[in-house]
Ligand binder design. Sequence first.
Ligand code: FAD
Ligand code: ZN
Length: 464
Amino acid sequence: MTFHVDTDLMDQLKAIVGPAGFREGEDIDLKNYKDWMGARSICPPLLLRPASTQQVSAILKACHASGQAVAPQGGMTGLVSAAAPQENEIALSLERMKQVIEVDPVTATMTVEAGVELQTIQEQADSLDLLFPLDLGARGSCTIGGNLSTNAGGNRVIRYGMTRELVVGLEAVLPDGTIIDSMHKLRKNNTGYDLKQLFIGSEGTLGIITRAVLKLAPKPSSQSVALCGVENFDKVSALLVRMQSALGANLTAFEVLWNNTYVLVDEKVPHVTVPLGAGHAYYVLVESMGSNAENDAELFVDALGEASEQGLVVDAVIADSDTKIGSLWAVRDGAAEVMGIGFMHAYDVSLDIADMGYFGEEVERRLREVWPDAVMGLFGHIGDGNVHIIINVGPDTKSLHLQIDEVIYRLIQELNGSISAEHGIGVMKKPFLGYSKSEAEVTLMKSLKQAIDPKGILNPGRIF
Ligand code: FAD
Ligand code: ZN
């Protein structure tokens, strides 16, 4: 492949970061261009690994002057092919900016560089009896910069919110190299536009996030988890309402597996042993966390007992040790580990909880009309209105991507839901953005992009 990257610019960029700050040719690791989806694999002409905000700024200033496109990278665990460089883009990885700068127990904040892995942040908080509540399966590889750029969700959104709600301060570099320093610890700050939000969830298209001040929570001292068998979706919704009112702020997860997913986990994830029979329509994992171990456990058992008396729960298993808590969560996490079927497309849609029972039945009906033998499973963070679908329609599953998308996203559009609850649009969902955003909304997004990145050098072709 021939690259059309200005050699003077390349020399200038290498000089900015010094010998340890770049890689070229065969020295560029596969992980810097092959993303998790395995969908793209174009080796970039140059990988930059800046060590400071000033270097990021100097790089972007030079690229802006030359109109050179740049793909920012965190841990490369994103699921929409947004961080993988496209043709003639240089890659900019935050992998050398991974310092935890400060933990402040009084304001309950942690100040970090963007390349710090999520798990490191969780562990640092935990060692000081604090909690950074964001949690997702990719915790060991994904970076906080990537989490912020995708506004990641995960398992505890019902209690603590998405990444957007876990940030008080941010530093980002604009495409022309200007540093926007909003690094403060203020929880209240109504001085005009909340500029940090521009960079959160915008998938690296408006600026490169270099540092952040994160919000920490007190570390809970109790954890109770149960897995419940439920007969129909109306009862799942009623159970959610019941648990919200009985457990209040202690409710930290309300995760649901449809029967199809539970059966797949049972049959196709060898290391998971399912604790309930496979005859229930839905399986609900309820988790409570609080600060009063004895009372919290009693409250949890009472709440489930009442739900059972009201006929909302048919069968349930409550974990009474850390190991059992782990094995109940393993059933939920098993949904992402189904093996032996072949490639499975994964979807992350969201919709009104009132429509979700219908959605589950209707989406399966429409998919089976086209692919009668498809293997599929539904599950998700139902307390947040977020459903994941995994599907394999046979040996051509990969190439039939757009056709499967069309069936699922059309129904989402009819129900006024969102084609992306948590993973973003990237390159993969671009053709369907209009199913969830109006023309006026897309026009406003494009105006913002044009105002901030007039030369279109940051992650071009992502989102729209
Ligand atoms: P990357 O993949 O490297 O990048 C993601 C996007 O952010 C790209 O557009 C990239 O250009 C941009 N970017 C990265 N760093 C920066 C930066 N510093 N400044 C500007 N732009 C930047 N997501 C959820 O929301 N919930 C889940 O429960 C969840 N579970 C997952 C489980 C697994 C096993 C996997 C593999 C992924 C999961 N994800 C989930 C996807 C999730 O989006 C990513 O894991 C994570 O947020 C991305 O972080 P990253 O550092 O890997 O970013
Ligand atoms: Zn998820």
